[in-house]
Design a protein around this ligand. Structure first.
Ligand code: GLY
Length: 232
């Protein structure tokens, strides 16, 4: 579902329903409880398999494929619970076979070619979201942005000067070598307030950020009296 005013629901408007009861309960949330305002609903084929995101840096019909990442969208351990905006990611994705990778790159290539054929001048990141089904990779979505939280595991793997790569993308002269994918591994874990992706309390103090060897990325936090607190 998307929100009534057409805005997307940050990944939280999706329900994967395994039974009629689950579908009824989600429909009630959308249309009776109006969690998304005046929601509209799109029913899609149920696809199952690991999810893989591929990022392409793109200028016109010229592009570089960046690294794949695997996003875990369900809230709980064991890939259970409701969908969220993403609870964790790692990159690279060793389960992707060469054949699957080639299929995903081919889909990205066809998409880039089609954009060019339609006269669309596009500079930036093209994000292909795929599911590795038993019938091969299937497209879930395309986004004209980096993924969240995939970016947190992808950017630390990129070598070269990323600011220069962005500048080259913005000025139409992106070239091979602007972005180098390092032979390195990265994983990111999301910490969210209890209750997420439903309603949750805000203003809780976050500790342990200082002298933390991990890279810490903030989303929905703010500073209050010198302390970092949750802010939605
Ligand atoms: N990780 C899903 C997204 O960024 O849309």
């Amino acid at each position: 579902t998307e929100q009534g005013d057409g805005r997307l629901a940050a990944g939280k408007g999706v329900a994967v329903c395994m039974s009629k009861e689950e579908a009824d309960s989600f429909l009630k949330e959308v249309f009776t409880d109006r969690r998304f305002g005046e929601g509209r609903l799109l029913v899609e084929e149920f696809l199952t398999g690991p999810e893989v995101s591929i990022f392409g840096a793109l200028v016109d019909d010229h592009y570089l494929i960046l690294c794949p990442a695997r996003d875990y969208k369900r809230l709980k351990e064991g890939d259970a619970g409701p969908n969220t905006g993403g609870m964790g990611v790692y990159s690279p994705v060793p389960i992707v076979t060469d054949e699957e990778h080639a299929t995903m790159v081919e889909v990205m290539e066809q998409t880039v070619a089609e954009l060019a054929a339609e006269g669309i001048t596009y500079s930036g990141c093209l994000y292909g979201g795929f599911m590795l089904t038993k019938d091969g990779p299937k497209v879930l979505e395309f986004n004209a942005r980096f993924g969240d939280p995939e970016t947190e595991a992808v950017l630390p793997r990129l070598g070269g000067d990323f600011a220069t790569a962005l500048l080259h993308a913005a000025t139409g002269c992106l070239k091979p070598g602007d972005v180098v994918v390092k032979d390195a591994y990265a994983a990111t874990v999301i910490m969210a307030s209890g209750g997420y992706p439903g309603s949750y309390e805000k203003g809780k103090v976050i500790t342990g950020l200082e002298n933390n060897p991990a890279l810490v990325f903030h989303c929905g936090t703010k500073m209050v009296d010198g302390r970092v607190v949750t802010a939605g």
